[in-house]
Design a protein around this ligand. Structure first.
Ligand SMILES: Nc1ncnc2c1ncn2[C@@H]1O[C@H](COP(=O)(O)OP(=O)(O)OP(=O)(O)O)[C@@H](O)[C@H]1O
Ligand SMILES: [Mg+2]
Length: 479
């Protein structure tokens, strides 16, 4: 939005209208990655003030036909983002309802949007404080949203693109009523960030929204207790003693209320040194949680963020349409915005840099800081070396992931890393002393961990490592 243009072309705006425009701008940005332009702003202001299209077109300095075309596209974007029909006639009432629900709580500041979204402790609503009305609900008739987002990290940086992934997640959760969604991918690829940015788009569909991180390795018993305490408002002394009873109580709650639970950092309860998806001792019973949530009839949804899928989720994803997996890839060209933000020079070299670091936002942030410090932002100078600089921070991140591998996986990773060109499975069999069965298990597991890349050539699958992982495995052999 250009303030100068807005000030000269539009009538003075009330505080309400300013806030609503900002609110709409955030929603549109979520969906399209672009901010509102002048015509879109004029349409929203006009609709807010009850103006007709000829007047709106006059304000926007365009033809009435153009204003109508832009408006029709804009209503579609807003409807998609919000999961409910928005048009010129209901825009004001809908947005008043949504906006109020997001900003009026005495302690809540969960303003829907990208840069303004705040889902940290100050949006936590304990059962005692006033609750947020479900924006899709008529006043006084529908359930209200209770949120416990104390565990969710605060958003402190900008978020780019992910338009199609957000649309997919919204489709699965809101329209297809998926019960369990796993968001998977390498560390730093953006699982937590996308879940945080998904929340404002879907939270109004739920009565309860809870975010928990498993980063501190809580037992299932403790996780269930903490979820149920929030969902049922019961004091700890009145909760059932056994884990099975707690699990049954949770499932009852998921049936009687539409709840959204996000479990972040789920890889923490999964074991190291084994094929992907196995549990650490003492955490095996989480498998029952995932199975029951995936298999039981209810209208709630559990989102699981993890470096690798727990084994039940792989099986459920195969057999059960209400369990889905989103494997998060790199950001692609949109990652250029991260490089711009970090003040890198030579934009014509950014594509090569993004490709080398596979669009992983965290890797790119780390490397961009390094390029700034070592080469004053000159990307070409950084890229001209044959060896990739990893730096201590990136190395430590990669180590955390590679330390989790089984011996078989380590052997296979080293074998692939030592080849310059992508290799076929039969070439790997020739080089490593593994039975085809063991090799297949190791490859499947590496695939679940998103550590190998696969391409098809001449009717055969060729496997390779990304440049960053290859450099890491060559420099610091993992076996
Ligand atoms: N779409 C995006 N646009 C800009 N920055 C992003 C985007 N997605 C993620 N980031 C940034 O990249 C970094 C890593 O993101 P995030 O913490 O969500 O990754 P993660 O997959 O959850 O990693 P981990 O598995 O280690 O928890 C953060 O600084 C985040 O702000
Ligand atoms: Mg994370």
């Amino acid at each position: 939005m250009s303030d100068t243009i807005a000030k000269t072309r539009t009538p003075p705006r009330s505080m309400d209208a300013e806030e609503i425009l900002k609110f709409a701008d955030n929603l549109v940005f979520t969906k399209t990655g672009k901010h509102l332009d002048n015509v879109q702003e004029a349409i929203l202001l006009g609709a807010w003030q009850g103006q007709k299209y000829p007047k709106i077109a006059q304000e926007a300095h365009c033809s009435e036909g153009h204003a109508r075309d832009v408006a029709s596209e804009l209503w579609k974007i807003l409807s998609d983002v919000l999961g409910e029909a928005v048009n010129k006639s209901n825009f004001k009432s809908t947005f008043k309802r949504l906006h109020i629900s997001n900003v009026s709580s005495p302690i809540g500041k969960a303003f829907v949007g990208i840069n303004n979204i705040n889902v940290c402790a100050d949006t936590f609503q304990s059962p005692e404080v006033p609750k947020t009305r479900s924006p899709s609900a008529p006043e006084n008739t529908q359930p209200e949203i209770r949120q416990d987002l104390r565990d969710a990290p605060d958003i402190t940086s900008l978020f780019y693109d992910r338009t199609s992934e957000l649309a997919t997640l919204q489709q699965w959760i809101v329209h297809d009523r998926t019960r369990l969604v796993a968001i998977l991918g390498l560390s730093g690829i953006g699982k937590t960030a996308i879940a945080l940015h998904l929340l404002p788009q879907i939270q109004h569909q739920f009565e309860y929204v809870i975010w928990r991180s498993l980063g501190t390795s809580p037992t299932l018993h403790n996780t269930l207790k903490s979820l149920i305490k929030f969902l049922s408002n019961l004091p700890e002394t009145e909760l059932p003693a056994s884990t099975d009873e707690l699990l049954s109580l949770l499932i009852d709650k998921l049936r009687s209320h539409r709840c959204l639970i996000i479990l972040d950092d789920v890889q923490t309860i999964l074991s190291s040194g084994q094929i992907a998806g196995n549990y650490r001792p003492e955490y095996e019973n989480y498998s029952t949680l995932f199975k029951r949530i995936g298999e039981t009839c209810h209208n709630s949804c559990l989102i699981v963020n993890s470096w690798e899928p727990p084994r039940e989720i792989v099986a459920l994803n195969r057999e059960n349409a209400r369990v889905r997996t989103l494997s998060l890839d790199g950001l692609g060209a949109a990652a250029g915005e991260i490089l711009r933000e970090k003040g890198l020079l030579e934009p014509d070299k950014w594509e090569a840099l993004i490709n080398t670091y596979r669009g992983n936002p965290l890797w790119l942030k780390i490397v961009a800081a390094m390029i700034q410090e070592l080469f004053s932002g000159r990307v070409a100078e950084f890229l001209k070396y044959d060896t990739l600089f990893l730096g201590d921070e990136l190395k430590a991140r990669l180590q955390q992931q590679c330390d989790r591998l089984s011996d078989l996986e380590k052997q296979v990773m080293c074998c692939i890393a030592n080849e310059i060109e992508p290799v076929s499975i039969s070439q790997i069999i020739e080089k490593v002393q593994l039975s085809p069965d063991d090799l297949c298990n190791a490859l499947l597991s590496l695939g679940h961990r998103a550590l190998i890349e696969k391409q098809e050539q001449d009717n055969q699958a060729l496997l390779s490592l990304s440049p960053v992982l290859r450099q890491y495995v060559i420099s610091y052999p993992v076996d």
